[in-house]
Design a protein around this ligand. Structure first.
Ligand SMILES: NC(=O)c1ccc[n+]([C@@H]2O[C@H](COP(=O)([O-])OP(=O)(O)OC[C@H]3O[C@@H](n4cnc5c(N)ncnc54)[C@H](O)[C@@H]3O)[C@@H](O)[C@H]2O)c1
Length: 331
């Protein structure tokens, strides 16, 4: 079985990918610096079957020695700073990990000749927003936040490395993910956590912004399929086709948790807030044969059940989130 090196494997999507690939029999090496959003507990159930390095992807010499020792066939780069609100307050951290960190990995890949593929986990946010229609993979990158700008920069760097150095890379652009183990500063788990704590759910502006939602296990499966089957140099959108206004998502959560409209608090909009994202996924369906399996209704029910069963884990993160929003946004 192939050896896969997973960066950011203690994060939300990376850990779902690690659990999936261990179960499928792949040899897995995880590299993660365990920053505030990383947690080894997410992959604790498979810890005896993986090799783990607590390492920053920006650390060139350590990354090179791990690559030389482990000789992976595939590298999947999930490691990133991921929260848009934090990127507005502290953009440089995002440039360091998301751009420089990616470049360190690419430079290391150039030196290691065992590597078959380097897979970059990008985001739908690199396209900016779209009021009508869908983005396909040929659209120009037009990011709005420091987060999406750093991810778009990494995509451009990868394209340049493919062309100039023949790096065997693939770029995957998933839409918004949700599901078990998501850090509760993100929209859906934060709403569920606040309701469990009898607090109001905070919704930006009037909640009209639209996102496309993909269940995390579907995303992990899609990434594995693409990593194994895709042509080198290609870009793939990974979306579910399910889009909803933020307020509709909150109303769904309220009804599944027996709460009502009075549990909503509308707060000042995020600066530069993208209005709508929507991916065209014809390419991944046609070339890879992947499509999402979990409906939003089922995924959300599973997520709420998981959050209730892991309330202590979520509450442990709550202090950190409170501190951030208090310090930066006064709420
Ligand atoms: N969550 C989403 O909805 C979504 C949607 C589209 C794309 N993405 C992309 O998917 C990837 C994973 O997202 P996520 O939601 O799982 O993120 P996450 O914030 O939950 O996890 C990120 C992980 O990367 C690790 N990390 C951060 N900086 C690092 C560094 N310098 N060196 C090593 N490890 C580092 C963290 O410790 C953490 O474990 C990211 O690249 C993100 O841009 C996420």
């Amino acid at each position: 079985m192939k050896k896969i090196l997973v960066t950011g494997g203690c994060g939300f999507i990376g850990s779902a990918f690690v659990r999936l690939t261990v179960q499928r029999g792949f040899k897995i090496v995880v590299v993660d610096c365990l920053d505030y959003a990383g947690d080894f507990e997410r992959i604790c159930q498979v810890k005896s079957r993986i090799c783990f390095y607590k390492t920053d992807i920006c650390n060139r010499s350590k990354i090179e020695s791990i690559f030389r020792k482990e000789k992976p066939s595939l590298v999947i780069n999930f490691a990133a700073q991921t929260h848009v609100d934090r990127s507005i307050k502290d953009p440089l951290v995002f440039t360091n990990t998301n751009v420089v960190g990616t470049q360190v990995l690419l430079d290391t890949c150039r030196k290691i000749n065992t590597l078959e593929r380097f897979v970059q986990i990008s985001t739908d946010e690199v396209y900016g927003d779209i009021l009508e229609g869908e983005f396909n993979e040929t659209f120009a990158l037009n990011p709005s936040s420091p987060y999406s700008a750093s991810k778009a920069s990494a995509d451009l760097l990868i394209k340049a490395y493919i062309r100039t150095f023949q790096i065997p890379a693939i770029i995957i652009r998933p839409c918004n993910n949700y599901g078990p183990w998501q850090y509760p500063e993100k929209f859906i788990p934060r709403a569920i956590l606040y309701l469990m704590l009898n607090r109001k759910v905070q919704v930006y502006a009037q909640g009209k912004n639209i996102r496309e939602w993909l269940f995390v296990d579907d995303c992990a499966e899609g990434i594995l399929e693409i990593a194994l089957k895709a042509k080198i140099g290609e870009v793939y959108n990974l979306g579910s086709g399910f889009e909803a206004q933020n307020i509709e998502v909150v109303r769904k959560i309220l009804s599944l948790m027996d709460k009502d409209q009075s549990d909503i608090e509308f707060v000042r909009d995020r600066p530069g807030h993208d209005f709508r994202y929507k991916l065209n996924t014809d390419k991944v369906r046609r070339e890879i044969g992947w499509q999402a399996k979990v409906s939003f209704e089922d995924g959300l029910k599973q997520t709420i059940i998981w959050c209730k069963e892991h309330k202590n884990w979520l509450v442990k993160k709550y202090q950190n989130i409170e501190r951030f929003y208090q310090r930066c946004y006064g709420r």
